[in-house]
Design a protein around this ligand. Structure first.
Ligand code: ZN
Length: 350
């Protein structure tokens, strides 16, 4: 997503120890695979490497285990074949930068999918001041009512990087997490949730200019948090789970040092419990993303992102380099973590 994020990521895994120590600069990272593959899962050998990854992948048993503790809950199943379809549709709209007709098509697609799932949604339209002038943007806020009005937000940006020099379709960077968010909504809609679940589709995460320089990024999340503060609604947001770039066929997600430790622990513990320890690595990284405005506002947040993706911000971030299996892994982990997050939040309150 951002050069800064690459640099931060690389610094932690040992490619460079600070700006002065980064030979070649952060624009040309050395081959990332040499030091970060040690705890990755073995490549799939059951046909999941086929280019289109259309096949449905069975959810891991961990989701079922998580639900056995509460028989009243409807089973939650993340269907990666449906999520894959959502991903493919978005890529089919072409490049989708903020303000584009293709992003409007994407927005309409998201809204139609939410409606089909029976999930109420509204748009939060705002004007963003960008290096290209004022730009109309729109977050989509979808709500699944729970027993409590206090809410847990699951979020993804749905815009793609504006690229003047090549056709960028963002199969992982934009489409993957948006697809997973839609499918998580379908799964959570069928459950009696303790907390209200809000699905937040953010516009304008990407910098309008090529480089990631504040404040040219995270337009949607900054607007959302400012609006919540203004409406005195911030205190009802109990946690944020941010998804970003989760489509990589060679998925490896590190703990983000900017995220809230107890929330990271719950997600990573859930991953270990359902057999996804290989994907959710204990290596540390430091990420700037849409969670930062929430963290600064005091909302416990976790960013689930694989920025170690060689196709990041290139023309090759396409269907060939993402997989339904990766969507399944993240979907299963989030569904396994939700009951634990609810228990922790309910405990905090009582
Ligand atoms: Zn990006």
């Amino acid at each position: 997503m951002s050069v800064q994020r690459w640099a931060a990521s690389l610094a932690v895994v040992g490619f460079c120890v600070g700006a002065a120590g980064c030979a070649g600069g952060s624009q040309s990272p050395p081959p990332a695979q040499t030091t970060v593959t040690q705890d990755r899962p073995a490549p799939p050998s059951d046909g999941a490497t086929a280019p289109t990854h259309e096949a449905a992948i069975a959810p891991t048993s961990g989701v079922t285990l998580a639900q056995k503790s509460d028989a009243a809950l409807a089973p939650m199943k993340f269907d990666s074949s449906r999520a894959w379809d959502d991903l493919r549709k978005q890529v089919g709209f072409g490049p989708r930068p903020s303000g584009s007709a293709a992003l409007n098509d994407t927005r309409n697609y998201i809204l139609a999918q939410l409606k089909t799932a029976g999930i109420d949604a509204k748009q939060q339209i705002f004007m963003a001041m960008t290096p290209l002038g004022e730009m109309m943007m729109s977050n989509i806020i979808a709500t699944i009512p729970g027993r409590r009005r206090e809410r847990i937000i699951i979020a993804s940006h749905y815009d793609t990087k504006r690229s003047p020099n090549f056709r960028f379709v963002g199969a992982s960077d934009g489409a993957s997490s948006t697809a997973a968010l839609l499918e998580l909504g379908r799964a959570l809609k069928g459950r009696q949730n303790e907390f209200t679940i809000e699905l937040l589709f953010l516009d304008g995460e990407e910098a309008v200019n090529w480089d990631w320089r504040d404040p040219d990024n995270t337009y949607g999340s900054r607007y959302y948090v400012a609006a919540a503060q203004k409406a005195n609604a911030l205190s009802s947001i109990k946690a944020l789970i941010l998804l970003d770039m989760i489509g990589d066929r060679d998925l490896a997600i590190r703990r983000d040092a900017n995220s809230t430790p107890w929330l990271v622990d719950i997600v990573w513990d859930a991953a270990a419990r359902i057999g996804q320890r290989g994907v959710f690595s204990n290596q540390l990284t430091t990420i700037e993303d849409d969670h930062i405005p929430f963290v600064r506002a005091g909302v416990p947040s976790v960013d689930i992102i694989d920025l170690d993706y060689p196709q990041w911000h290139t023309a090759q971030d396409d269907l060939e380099h993402v997989s339904a299996r990766s969507l399944q892994a993240v979907g299963d982990v989030v569904l396994a973590a939700i009951p634990d997050i609810e228990k922790k939040l309910a405990g905090n309150r009582e």
